[in-house]
Design a protein around this ligand. Structure first.
Ligand SMILES: NC(=O)c1ccc[n+]([C@@H]2O[C@H](COP(=O)([O-])OP(=O)(O)OC[C@H]3O[C@@H](n4cnc5c(N)ncnc54)[C@H](O)[C@@H]3O)[C@@H](O)[C@H]2O)c1
Length: 251
């Protein structure tokens, strides 16, 4: 028996990058998976890969910001696997390409970023928490960012959303702690996914110079912490903000 055998984990934004690696490591630990992503082909490929390793995987293609997709995901989970035990609120993104500076940005963009990087995680947590509380066991892991702690020029809306996620994490952790449900936030630093692969080489080199461990992180570096928090190792850890950034920011 592996440590998450019998548990059901839901990962938002699961088809690529950090979310994909979280799904794979949770499956390695024995969990069954509910995967949600906009990209249906990549999602189906992941579900097929997990199926081959004896993980029951349910894939829901769609936009996590939509209530209908959220409901479809939870209903499919409940009908085919059972109630969700572990929620990895991974989905989130910036909109750097739309404006370089806050003064040139617009409220419609802020709303998009806040919706995808904060509100969506709040909605998924609200839907998942009652069943976790009822069963006296649950894990909610919110993917924040080191931009929440350090700020990032050109990403004011994103940093606001990811900081909001930290306050949300602490408050929800207090509400759910008496019921055996932990809630934590993980803050990746510069992780090698397609979101960072588009960086110009000189910017990438500058980023790496600021990392004591002198390399970009890999999705697996983040996913290992997520899998740890999801398992028994995380049973007395709640309301925390945990950085995975090669030492870029030290609290
Ligand atoms: N990569 C980094 O350096 C880094 C650093 C800090 C925080 N993060 C956070 O980690 C999380 C994952 O980032 P990543 O770099 O792996 O991104 P990624 O672009 O590699 O993957 C994100 C996945 O989410 C999916 N997705 C995006 N919006 C969606 C939506 N509305 N509904 C459903 N699916 C959606 C995409 O299709 C994609 O498969 C994000 O919350 C991001 O803010 C990443």
């Amino acid at each position: 028996m592996t440590s998450l055998a019998g548990k059901i984990a839901m990962v938002t934004g699961a088809a690529n990058g950090i979310g994909r690696k979280c799904a794979c490591l949770l499956a390695d630990e024995g969990a069954d998976l509910v995967l949600i992503d906009l990209e249906d082909e990549a999602l189906e490929a992941l579900a097929a890969e997990l199926d081959r390793q004896d993980c029951n995987a349910v894939a829901i293609a769609g936009d996590c910001r939509e209530d209908e997709i959220l409901e479809r995901a939870f209903e499919a989970a409940e009908a085919r696997l059972g109630a969700v035990d572990i929620l990895v609120n991974n989905v989130g993104q910036s909109a750097r390409e739309r404006a370089d500076e806050f003064v040139g940005s617009d409220p419609a963009t802020w709303r998009f970023v806040l919706e995808v990087s904060l509100m969506t995680s709040m909605r998924f947590a609200r839907r998942a928490a009652p069943a976790m509380r009822e069963r006296g066991w649950g894990r909610i892991i919110n993917m924040s960012s080191d931009a929440a702690l350090a700020g990032d020029a050109g990403l004011a809306d994103y940093a606001a959303a990811k900081s909001g996620l930290l306050g949300f994490t602490r408050s929800l952790a207090r509400e759910l702690a008496p019921h055996g449900v932990t809630v934590n936030a993980v803050c990746p630093g510069a992780i090698r996914t397609r979101a960072t692969e588009q960086m110009a080489p000189d910017i990438m080199a500058r980023v790496v110079r600021g990392i004591p461990m002198a390399r970009m992180g890999e999705p697996e570096d983040v996913a290992r912490l997520v899998a740890f928090l999801a398992g028994e190792g995380g049973r007395y850890i709640t309301g925390q903000t945990l950085l995975v950034d090669g030492g870029r920011w030290m609290l």
